[in-house]
Design a protein around this ligand. Structure first.
Ligand code: NDP
Length: 305
């Protein structure tokens, strides 16, 4: 029997545990605050930001939203980030990507106070992750890690293949899998668009994590018997639906399910975990900044201030 992992159920459970942490913070007079900054009029970015705001409200995080005109000079965005860095009510800052072309994206990542960088993309936080003592794990790979834990998948000693080497998913995912300790200790291969014979790599893997952004790239013939398959991909493909499209993953679900022992669907797999882990990082940021020890889900020990 293949276990189809329900990301909504796991995400809801973790959000419930985070709400308990938020109660513990409230008892110390602390309300975690997450500032979102949008410099775009792209409807998808607007939707993402409003989903994040709604999720904050549901668990008791104060959402603070700022918009910067996409045609404004880049300095306007940096001044907004500076103000938020200095604002004691703000524990986490998220600048919704992509930013307009005239804004230096790397400078945006560097401009956020690393202690408020709940995306985990500031070079200091990337370095800490690589060095094995992460402060904020990037949300999507961290969500995958907790999904694996929820499915009782022990990665220790397993062969893992990550398909994709982006800074937001593939690389941090592989970095988490190679760390010493629970959720890590996997022998990890990273594949990308220049990989020769992708199927030969994925077929040998105990755990396949697909993050290529290529619809149904990996089918059942590329999956080994009994493998764990986590599909991060979210791809719009034309379909005869009311909206004219449907969402599919990077994995061809039906054929892969025939081989896999555990598999995530799209939608309803990794997606709900990403926002959950943003909430997680915001709670962690508040606990660290305010010096309140809370017991974060999956962390195994209270966060020491
Ligand atoms: P990027 O486009 O930044 O990176 C894609 C990576 O996949 C690149 O490293 C690329 O290789 C590799 N790749 C592309 N095509 C192939 C191929 N045919 N074979 C092997 N490797 C390939 O995407 P992201 O990492 O940002 O996102 C990946 C997917 O995950 C997307 O579908 C995105 O929508 C989804 N996503 C989902 C989230 C969620 O919450 N569920 C959150 C974030 C992303 P190369 O480096 O050589 O170009």
């Amino acid at each position: 029997m293949t276990h189809v992992l329900d990301g909504n159920a796991v995400g809801d459970r973790i959000r419930g545990e985070l709400a308990d942490c938020i109660d513990e913070l409230a008892a110390e007079g602390v309300t975690p605050g997450l500032a979102t900054v949008l410099m775009s009029d792209d409807p998808a970015s607007e939707t993402y930001v409003s989903m994040k705001a709604r999720a904050c409200e549901e668990v008791g995080i104060e959402g603070i939203h700022h918009e910067v005109d996409p045609d404004a000079p880049a300095e306007e965005l940096f001044e907004t980030v500076d103000r938020l860095n200095d604002d004691p009510a703000v524990h986490g800052i998220l600048v919704q990507m992509p930013v307009p072309d005239h804004v230096d994206k790397r400078r945006v990542l560097r401009s956020i106070d690393p202690g408020k960088d709940v995306d985990g993309f500031h070079p200091e936080n990337v370095g800490r992750l690589v060095a094995g003592h992460p402060r904020f794990k990037p949300c999507t790979p961290h969500g995958v890690q907790l999904l694996l834990e929820a499915a009782d998948v022990d990665t220790e000693g397993k062969d893992a293949v990550v398909v994709g080497r982006s800074d937001i998913v593939g690389k941090p995912m592989a970095n988490l899998l190679i760390q010493k300790g629970p959720g890590g200790n996997a022998t990890t291969t990273i594949c990308h668009s220049r990989t020769d014979d992708l199927g030969a790599k994925t077929r040998e893997a105990d755990v396949v994590i697909a993050a290529a952004g290529y619809p149904e790239l990996i089918d059942g013939s590329m999956i080994g018997e009994g493998a764990v398959v986590i599909d991060v991909g979210v791809n719009r493909v034309e379909a005869d639906t009311e909206k004219g499209y449907e969402l599919v993953g990077d994995v061809e679900f039906e054929s892969a399910k025939e081989k896999a022992s555990v598999i995530t669907p799209v939608p309803g797999g990794v997606g709900p975990m990403t926002i959950t882990m943003l909430l997680y990082n915001t709670v962690k940021a508040a606990a660290l900044r305010e010096g309140v020890a809370v017991s974060l889900p999956g962390e195994g020990r209270p966060v020491e201030p």
